[in-house]
Design a binder for this molecule. Structure first.
Ligand SMILES: Nc1ncnc2c1ncn2[C@@H]1O[C@H](COP(=O)(O)OP(=O)(O)OP(=O)(O)O)[C@@H](O)[C@H]1O
Ligand SMILES: [Mg+2]
Length: 276
């Protein structure tokens, strides 16, 4: 077992997680996406079940980030069907996906570097804010009450992620690993039911990875959040995922529980066997 993941498991033993996995939340059927002549995804089908940690792996350029962009409405596939909670989704924009409870973090950190940790996490609550600027001006009382409630939620997230000490620090001054953690906080502020994480541990040292791994497991366990995870660290992926889908050149070459995927010869040839 991988060092990072096993250390995390020792801190927080799994609480019968597998037994809590429910029905299909997201069903992707025959998704194809191309950019001009580049086929990013070809006829990809897989599903995501309630409360599971579902990982997407594959070599660079395999189509992993494109897949997340399809799920949260940034890219619109030319072919295929997407069912979210049993309903077929028509062409959908990112803000609608967010309103339906889908939040994400990005491969390249997307935060306001000059703003504090607290204010960055607060931006994750935008969708939940009912009081716009005008209401703020006209009805000071309700707007202020709402602001206080949002701040409390943000403070809860800050406590959960153990970043109280840096809550007023501008994000740009933080080391990379902490910025990634703040980005997770921004996504959590939307209280998502489906959380998409694009390489949340990339570029981190062992200790930072260990922390991030623990937070992902805790979010999944304590909030019941369903997670789709893209990650290159195979030890971590194989240890914390319930099921893994493997992409290679935009095609699906493997899908199943970690043990099964690990033994799939096509996967070994395309990815696991190759130096990365
Ligand atoms: N907006 C875009 N315009 C043109 N081509 C794109 C676009 N987004 C992705 N692609 C192409 O689609 C393919 C898949 O890219 P994608 O970023 O999804 O891969 P990935 O698996 O996330 O790779 P990595 O591990 O490097 O992050 C690549 O060939 C990429 O160049
Ligand atoms: Mg990517």
């Amino acid at each position: 077992m991988n060092d990072i993941a096993s250390a995390v498991r020792e801190q927080a033993p799994p609480a019968g997680h597998a037994g809590r996995i429910g029905g299909v939340v997201l069903d992707l059927q025959g998704i194809s996406l191309s950019f001009g002549g580049v086929k990013a995804l070809t006829d990809i089908s897989f599903d995501v079940r309630e409360h599971e940690i579902r990982s997407i792996i594959g070599p660079n350029g395999a189509g992993k980030s494109s897949m997340l962009n399809v799920i949260n409405g940034v890219y619109h596939p030319q072919q295929g069907r997407i069912l979210f909670r049993g309903e077929e989704r028509r062409r959908m924009e990112p803000h609608r996906a967010a309103a339906q409870g889908i939040a994400r973090t990005f491969q390249n950190i997307a935060l306001f570097k000059g703003m504090s940790v607290l204010d960055n996490i607060m931006t994750g609550r935008n969708l939940k804010m009912r009081c716009g600027l005008l209401r703020h001006a006209l009805y000071w009382g309700p707007a202020q009450r709402e602001e206080i409630a949002h701040r409390l939620k943000v403070e809860e997230i800050i406590d959960f992620l153990e970043i109280q000490g840096i809550r007023k620090t501008p994000v740009g001054r933080l080391p990379y690993g902490l910025q990634k953690r703040v980005e997770l906080g921004r996504a959590l502020a939307a209280e998502p039911s489906l959380l998409l994480l694009d390489e949340p541990m990339a570029g981190m040292n062992v200790e930072e990875k260990q922390d991030m791994c623990r937070f992902i497991l805790d979010v999944n366990d304590q909030f019941g959040t369903t997670i789709v995870l893209i990650e290159h660290d195979m030890g971590v992926v194989m240890d914390i995922s319930d099921r893994v889908v493997v992409l290679d050149y935009g095609r699906k070459i493997g899908d199943g529980p970690p043990d099964e995927v690990k033994r799939n010869p096509e996967v070994i040839a395309a990815y696991l066997g190759a130096a990365h």
